[in-house]
Design a protein around this ligand. Structure first.
Ligand SMILES: [Zn+2]
Length: 257
Protein backbone atom coordinates (compact mmCIF):
# COMPACT_ATOMS: atom_id res chain seq x y z
CA UNK A 1 0.00 0.00 0.00
CA UNK A 2 2.76 2.42 0.98
CA UNK A 3 4.28 2.04 -2.53
CA UNK A 4 1.20 3.73 -3.84
CA UNK A 5 1.90 6.82 -1.79
CA UNK A 6 3.65 9.00 -4.39
CA UNK A 7 2.89 12.36 -2.90
CA UNK A 8 6.29 12.98 -1.31
CA UNK A 9 8.26 12.72 -4.55
CA UNK A 10 10.70 10.02 -3.35
CA UNK A 11 13.34 9.05 -5.90
CA UNK A 12 14.00 5.52 -4.49
CA UNK A 13 13.94 2.91 -7.31
CA UNK A 14 11.50 0.51 -5.57
CA UNK A 15 9.28 3.39 -4.70
CA UNK A 16 9.61 4.77 -8.26
CA UNK A 17 8.42 1.47 -9.78
CA UNK A 18 5.49 1.44 -7.39
CA UNK A 19 4.56 4.97 -8.44
CA UNK A 20 4.77 4.03 -12.10
CA UNK A 21 2.51 1.02 -11.57
CA UNK A 22 0.13 3.13 -9.59
CA UNK A 23 -0.06 5.74 -12.34
CA UNK A 24 -0.52 3.01 -14.96
CA UNK A 25 -3.45 1.60 -12.97
CA UNK A 26 -4.79 5.09 -12.45
CA UNK A 27 -4.63 5.90 -16.18
CA UNK A 28 -6.23 2.55 -17.08
CA UNK A 29 -9.04 3.22 -14.62
CA UNK A 30 -9.54 6.72 -16.04
CA UNK A 31 -9.67 5.25 -19.55
CA UNK A 32 -12.23 2.64 -18.48
CA UNK A 33 -14.38 5.29 -16.80
CA UNK A 34 -14.20 7.45 -19.92
CA UNK A 35 -15.24 4.52 -22.10
CA UNK A 36 -18.17 3.68 -19.80
CA UNK A 37 -19.39 7.28 -19.73
CA UNK A 38 -19.00 7.58 -23.52
CA UNK A 39 -21.10 4.42 -24.00
CA UNK A 40 -23.73 5.83 -21.66
CA UNK A 41 -23.86 9.02 -23.69
CA UNK A 42 -24.38 7.08 -26.90
CA UNK A 43 -26.97 4.76 -25.44
CA UNK A 44 -28.28 5.32 -21.92
CA UNK A 45 -29.45 2.34 -19.92
CA UNK A 46 -32.80 2.55 -18.21
CA UNK A 47 -34.03 1.05 -14.99
CA UNK A 48 -37.67 -0.02 -14.62
CA UNK A 49 -38.41 3.18 -12.68
CA UNK A 50 -36.85 5.42 -15.34
CA UNK A 51 -38.40 4.03 -18.53
CA UNK A 52 -38.37 6.70 -21.24
CA UNK A 53 -42.15 7.13 -21.48
CA UNK A 54 -43.19 9.51 -24.22
CA UNK A 55 -39.90 9.21 -26.11
CA UNK A 56 -39.79 8.18 -29.75
CA UNK A 57 -37.37 5.59 -31.12
CA UNK A 58 -36.96 4.82 -34.80
CA UNK A 59 -33.97 2.52 -34.52
CA UNK A 60 -31.75 0.87 -31.94
CA UNK A 61 -28.05 1.14 -31.24
CA UNK A 62 -25.74 -0.36 -33.85
CA UNK A 63 -23.21 -1.75 -31.39
CA UNK A 64 -24.52 -5.30 -31.76
CA UNK A 65 -25.40 -7.37 -34.86
CA UNK A 66 -29.15 -7.22 -34.38
CA UNK A 67 -32.32 -6.07 -36.14
CA UNK A 68 -35.85 -5.62 -34.78
CA UNK A 69 -38.59 -7.01 -37.02
CA UNK A 70 -41.99 -5.46 -36.28
CA UNK A 71 -45.46 -6.43 -37.52
CA UNK A 72 -48.47 -4.11 -37.48
CA UNK A 73 -52.27 -4.22 -37.71
CA UNK A 74 -52.78 -7.81 -36.53
CA UNK A 75 -53.52 -10.24 -35.19
CA UNK A 76 -55.22 -11.60 -38.30
CA UNK A 77 -55.79 -14.80 -40.20
CA UNK A 78 -52.27 -14.69 -41.71
CA UNK A 79 -50.49 -14.13 -38.38
CA UNK A 80 -49.94 -17.90 -37.72
CA UNK A 81 -48.00 -18.11 -41.03
CA UNK A 82 -45.69 -15.34 -39.78
CA UNK A 83 -45.24 -17.17 -36.48
CA UNK A 84 -44.34 -20.38 -38.29
CA UNK A 85 -41.75 -18.59 -40.43
CA UNK A 86 -40.19 -16.76 -37.48
CA UNK A 87 -39.97 -20.07 -35.62
CA UNK A 88 -38.12 -21.68 -38.55
CA UNK A 89 -35.49 -18.95 -38.48
CA UNK A 90 -35.32 -18.78 -34.68
CA UNK A 91 -36.30 -15.12 -34.88
CA UNK A 92 -38.03 -13.04 -32.22
CA UNK A 93 -40.17 -10.07 -33.23
CA UNK A 94 -42.61 -7.44 -32.00
CA UNK A 95 -46.28 -7.39 -32.98
CA UNK A 96 -48.02 -4.03 -32.67
CA UNK A 97 -51.62 -5.14 -32.34
CA UNK A 98 -54.87 -3.28 -32.80
CA UNK A 99 -57.31 -3.77 -29.94
CA UNK A 100 -60.19 -4.42 -32.35
CA UNK A 101 -58.18 -7.22 -34.01
CA UNK A 102 -57.24 -8.72 -30.65
CA UNK A 103 -60.95 -8.89 -29.80
CA UNK A 104 -61.53 -10.88 -33.01
CA UNK A 105 -58.48 -13.15 -32.67
CA UNK A 106 -57.64 -13.45 -28.96
CA UNK A 107 -56.28 -16.97 -29.45
CA UNK A 108 -53.80 -15.72 -32.07
CA UNK A 109 -52.67 -12.93 -29.72
CA UNK A 110 -52.00 -15.56 -27.06
CA UNK A 111 -50.10 -17.69 -29.59
CA UNK A 112 -47.87 -14.70 -30.45
CA UNK A 113 -47.07 -14.28 -26.77
CA UNK A 114 -46.51 -18.01 -26.24
CA UNK A 115 -43.92 -17.99 -29.03
CA UNK A 116 -41.88 -15.44 -27.06
CA UNK A 117 -42.59 -12.40 -29.21
CA UNK A 118 -43.36 -9.00 -27.74
CA UNK A 119 -46.83 -7.47 -28.09
CA UNK A 120 -47.08 -3.72 -28.51
CA UNK A 121 -50.13 -1.44 -28.66
CA UNK A 122 -51.24 -0.05 -32.05
CA UNK A 123 -54.40 1.64 -30.61
CA UNK A 124 -57.85 0.10 -30.68
CA UNK A 125 -59.22 1.16 -34.06
CA UNK A 126 -56.25 2.71 -35.91
CA UNK A 127 -57.50 6.31 -36.32
CA UNK A 128 -55.46 8.33 -38.80
CA UNK A 129 -54.44 11.47 -36.90
CA UNK A 130 -53.12 13.09 -40.08
CA UNK A 131 -56.78 13.63 -40.93
CA UNK A 132 -58.29 13.94 -37.46
CA UNK A 133 -59.18 17.59 -37.13
CA UNK A 134 -61.49 17.62 -34.10
CA UNK A 135 -60.61 19.47 -30.90
CA UNK A 136 -60.64 16.34 -28.78
CA UNK A 137 -57.62 14.66 -30.44
CA UNK A 138 -55.77 14.23 -27.12
CA UNK A 139 -58.76 12.59 -25.45
CA UNK A 140 -59.35 10.50 -28.56
CA UNK A 141 -55.76 9.20 -28.52
CA UNK A 142 -55.90 8.54 -24.78
CA UNK A 143 -59.03 6.45 -25.09
CA UNK A 144 -57.59 4.61 -28.13
CA UNK A 145 -54.40 3.74 -26.21
CA UNK A 146 -56.39 2.65 -23.16
CA UNK A 147 -58.91 0.49 -25.02
CA UNK A 148 -56.11 -1.08 -27.09
CA UNK A 149 -54.24 -1.83 -23.88
CA UNK A 150 -57.35 -3.32 -22.24
CA UNK A 151 -57.95 -5.65 -25.20
CA UNK A 152 -54.32 -6.89 -25.15
CA UNK A 153 -54.33 -7.21 -21.38
CA UNK A 154 -57.64 -9.09 -21.48
CA UNK A 155 -56.44 -11.60 -24.08
CA UNK A 156 -52.84 -12.12 -22.97
CA UNK A 157 -52.55 -10.83 -19.40
CA UNK A 158 -49.66 -8.55 -20.34
CA UNK A 159 -49.66 -4.78 -20.34
CA UNK A 160 -48.06 -3.33 -23.51
CA UNK A 161 -45.36 -0.72 -22.80
CA UNK A 162 -44.57 0.09 -26.44
CA UNK A 163 -46.90 2.04 -28.71
CA UNK A 164 -46.73 2.38 -32.45
CA UNK A 165 -48.91 5.21 -33.63
CA UNK A 166 -51.25 4.51 -36.56
CA UNK A 167 -49.49 5.71 -39.74
CA UNK A 168 -46.46 6.56 -37.60
CA UNK A 169 -48.03 9.92 -36.72
CA UNK A 170 -45.94 11.57 -33.99
CA UNK A 171 -46.07 15.19 -32.85
CA UNK A 172 -45.17 16.86 -29.56
CA UNK A 173 -48.74 16.48 -28.29
CA UNK A 174 -48.60 12.74 -29.07
CA UNK A 175 -45.40 12.44 -27.03
CA UNK A 176 -47.09 14.25 -24.13
CA UNK A 177 -50.06 11.89 -24.23
CA UNK A 178 -47.68 8.90 -24.49
CA UNK A 179 -45.84 10.12 -21.41
CA UNK A 180 -49.10 10.47 -19.48
CA UNK A 181 -50.16 6.99 -20.62
CA UNK A 182 -46.73 5.55 -19.70
CA UNK A 183 -45.92 4.17 -23.14
CA UNK A 184 -42.78 4.39 -25.30
CA UNK A 185 -43.20 5.32 -28.97
CA UNK A 186 -41.55 3.15 -31.63
CA UNK A 187 -41.53 3.99 -35.33
CA UNK A 188 -39.23 2.37 -37.89
CA UNK A 189 -36.03 2.66 -39.88
CA UNK A 190 -37.62 1.23 -43.02
CA UNK A 191 -40.84 -0.33 -44.23
CA UNK A 192 -42.75 -0.41 -47.53
CA UNK A 193 -44.95 -3.53 -47.66
CA UNK A 194 -48.15 -1.44 -47.67
CA UNK A 195 -47.10 0.73 -50.62
CA UNK A 196 -47.72 0.24 -54.32
CA UNK A 197 -44.05 -0.10 -55.32
CA UNK A 198 -43.23 -3.31 -57.20
CA UNK A 199 -42.04 -6.36 -55.33
CA UNK A 200 -38.43 -6.22 -56.61
CA UNK A 201 -38.06 -2.60 -55.45
CA UNK A 202 -39.69 -3.44 -52.15
CA UNK A 203 -37.29 -6.30 -51.48
CA UNK A 204 -34.36 -4.12 -52.48
CA UNK A 205 -35.53 -1.51 -49.97
CA UNK A 206 -35.70 -4.00 -47.09
CA UNK A 207 -32.37 -5.64 -47.93
CA UNK A 208 -30.56 -2.33 -48.26
CA UNK A 209 -31.67 -1.39 -44.74
CA UNK A 210 -30.43 -4.60 -43.14
CA UNK A 211 -27.85 -3.11 -40.82
CA UNK A 212 -27.23 -3.37 -37.08
CA UNK A 213 -29.84 -1.48 -35.07
CA UNK A 214 -32.45 -1.26 -37.84
CA UNK A 215 -36.16 -1.50 -36.97
CA UNK A 216 -38.06 -2.93 -39.94
CA UNK A 217 -41.79 -2.55 -40.39
CA UNK A 218 -44.04 -5.20 -41.96
CA UNK A 219 -47.76 -5.91 -41.68
CA UNK A 220 -49.28 -9.22 -40.58
CA UNK A 221 -52.79 -7.74 -40.45
CA UNK A 222 -54.97 -6.31 -43.19
CA UNK A 223 -55.43 -7.85 -46.60
CA UNK A 224 -53.66 -10.90 -48.06
CA UNK A 225 -50.09 -10.87 -46.76
CA UNK A 226 -48.49 -13.43 -49.10
CA UNK A 227 -46.20 -10.81 -50.64
CA UNK A 228 -45.02 -9.66 -47.21
CA UNK A 229 -44.39 -13.30 -46.26
CA UNK A 230 -42.22 -13.93 -49.31
CA UNK A 231 -40.23 -10.74 -48.67
CA UNK A 232 -39.85 -11.61 -44.99
CA UNK A 233 -38.38 -15.00 -45.86
CA UNK A 234 -35.74 -13.39 -48.09
CA UNK A 235 -34.97 -10.85 -45.37
CA UNK A 236 -34.54 -13.63 -42.79
CA UNK A 237 -32.23 -15.57 -45.14
CA UNK A 238 -30.10 -12.48 -45.72
CA UNK A 239 -29.98 -11.85 -41.98
CA UNK A 240 -28.64 -15.38 -41.48
CA UNK A 241 -25.93 -14.70 -44.07
CA UNK A 242 -24.99 -11.43 -42.38
CA UNK A 243 -25.15 -12.95 -38.89
CA UNK A 244 -27.80 -10.45 -37.86
CA UNK A 245 -30.02 -11.64 -35.02
CA UNK A 246 -33.75 -10.82 -34.98
CA UNK A 247 -34.67 -9.43 -31.56
CA UNK A 248 -37.68 -7.74 -29.94
CA UNK A 249 -37.79 -3.96 -29.61
CA UNK A 250 -37.41 -4.11 -25.82
CA UNK A 251 -34.14 -5.99 -26.30
CA UNK A 252 -32.73 -3.78 -29.04
CA UNK A 253 -33.59 -0.66 -27.02
CA UNK A 254 -32.06 -2.10 -23.86
CA UNK A 255 -35.42 -1.94 -22.08
CA UNK A 256 -36.12 -5.63 -21.49
CA UNK A 257 -36.51 -6.81 -17.91
ZN1 LIG B 1 -51.02 0.31 -38.71
Amino acid sequence: MKENNCSNGSSGSKRGKGCLEFFRCFLLLRLLLLLVSATCLVWPSFGAETLPYGELFTDGPSNKPWVALTFDDGPGSDTPKFLEMLRRYDAKATFFMMGSQVKQHPDVAREVQKEGHLIGNHTFSHPNFYFYKKEDKREKLKSEIESGREAILGATGSDPVFLRMPNGYVRDWVKEVAQEEKVILVNWTYGSDWTKIDTAQMLKGYLSHLHSGAVLLFHDGGKDRSRTLSILEKVLKEMEKKNLKAVRVDEILGLSE
